[in-house]
Design a protein around this ligand. Structure first.
Ligand code: PA5
Length: 446
């Protein structure tokens, strides 16, 4: 049971002199991570797996048990770091078909992660005739997408339940004292879980933000945290040459060679939402001050039939990080056919896992030959422990990589721009001047 980083397939792209020149920057980056530096207020995730709050975990497990016993559906309201990790973990640990699988745990749907009325209506329709619990998650407590969705969900709940029943069914995960959501939860007497002050949204999956919905699907959240703690111990034991730092350094090395796009690729469709989680983690952490690797993602071999052409032959600005699953959960063997009409008789009796592995190796060799360096992150099993290791590996790699790039990996000033424009265009009081400016702009365009 473990996760490891492998760089041997990228050796031809690694110039030893350039690599050793990164040494000083790595030392400085580590010092920033471990000691006082920009972003210091948001490094609570770093030590958390080593000394998590037992009472908090027990309370999360108790709430999850209550939701599992009383509800057919859990609606999770949140966006960005307040939803991606939980959704990714549930699809990875259970299945991307979790909601339609036969099971004794509730269906789990995610809303409030867009402004689409269609999506919201279609999801709320799935709750008809079912017992529902709600977990609304927002650190700031003021995010528009989740606040609007919560309005709709509350209206739905009010039609189904009395106020005292609603109190038993709504779980709020937010700041311990700030924000409109906290104030509202206190007023209504909802169950609350706290997002620690020093953990930012995209680093919060191992707090109540991710752990409550993940526990509801029946996953073992202690094993997840144990996996994260194990990765932390491995990182500490490795000194400067640990897996997470090597990944962070090589990303920066490739970036400096003009490889400005990193594609995270997996050969497991259950990893699709993990890709999304990873893109947010790295994109929001590094893309600032006019710098940063653009994080993209693929599921292979699916996307070999769409983006494969570009990766092999398009503009040479790419490198890939392939996340490889070592053991399949299900042993599937290619069936034999009486007549070999498709010419694949040579594969009869072959394990699907072996077919997948050879597809991966063949693709890595082809992409490498095409000028795309390939790094590998390998995990043994699709389970809680390895997922915890992988999450923590990416957390540390992301923080170190951001510091090497000389940005603050823990802020996200850029996401405010769309919000200001949107508020102005929607006529929010206080935004009158900006509204006029934007309407003039739109008028000139049209
Ligand atoms: O990583 C982040 O900080 C963001 O993606 C937030 O998670 C996202 O904007 C949602 O914010 P909030 O939890 O305050 O609703």
């Amino acid at each position: 049971m473990s996760v490891r980083f492998i760089d041997k397939y990228a050796k031809e792209f690694i110039d030893p002199a350039a690599l050793s020149a990164m040494g000083e920057r790595l030392v400085a980056a580590e010092a920033k991570l471990k000691h006082h530096s920009e972003g210091n207020d948001y490094k609570g995730w770093y030590d958390m797996p080593l000394n998590y709050d037992e009472a908090e975990i027990a309370a999360i497990e108790k709430a999850a048990e209550k939701i599992r016993t009383e509800s057919d559906v859990l609606l999770v309201i949140g966006i960005g770091g307040s939803y991606l990790g939980a959704r990714a973990a549930i699809e990875f640990l259970r299945s991307r078909y979790y909601n339609i699988q036969k099971k004794d745990t509730p269906e789990i749907y995610f809303v409030g992660n867009s402004f689409s009325g269609d999506d919201l209506a279609e999801t709320l329709a799935l709750c008809e005739g079912k017992e529902v619990s709600v977990n609304v998650i927002s650190k700031s407590g003021t995010t528009t997408e989740s606040s609007i969705a919560f309005r709709f969900v509350r209206h739905m709940m009010q039609k189904k339940y009395t106020n005292s029943e609603i109190k038993e069914r709504v779980f709020v995960t937010t700041d311990k004292e700030k924000g409109a959501l906290k104030a509202f939860a206190s007023r209504e007497g909802y169950n609350t879980f706290v997002i620690p002050d020093d953990v930012g949204g995209r680093f919060s999956v191992l707090t109540a933000v991710g752990l409550l919905p993940i526990a509801v699907c029946g996953a073992d959240i202690r094993a997840l945290l144990d996996g994260a703690a194990e990765m932390r111990r491995k990182i500490d034991a490795g000194g400067l040459d640990n897996d997470a730092y090597r990944y962070a350094v090589l990303r920066n090395l490739f970036y400096e060679q003009g490889k400005h796009v990193e594609i995270l690729g997996s050969y497991e469709p259950s990893f699709r939402m993990m890709n999304e989680w990873w893109k947010q983690l790295f994109g929001e952490s590094e893309g600032k001050d006019g710098k940063g690797i653009f994080p993209a993602s693929v599921i292979f071999s699916t996307d070999l039939h769409s983006l494969g052409q570009y990766i092999q032959d398009g503009k040479r600005v790419l490198f890939e990080t392939i996340v490889k699953q070592k053991r399949s959960r299900h042993e599937m063997f290619v069936p034999a056919n009486a007549v070999d009409i498709d010419g694949l008789g040579f594969l009869s009796g072959e394990r699907m896992g072996a077919v997948n592995d050879e597809a991966m190796m063949g693709t890595m060799l082809a992409h490498t030959a095409g000028g795309v360096p390939n790094l590998v992150v390998e995990y043994d099993n699709r389970d809680e422990h390895d997922l915890g290791e992988m999450i923590y590996f990416f957390f540390v790699a992301c923080a170190i990589s951001g510091y090497i790039l000389d940005v603050n990996p823990f802020d996200q000033p850029g996401v405010e721009a769309y919000k200001r424009n949107m508020y102005a265009l929607l006529g929010k009081p206080g935004y009158e001047e900006l509204q006029k400016e934007l309407l003039d702009k739109i008028h000139n365009i049209e």
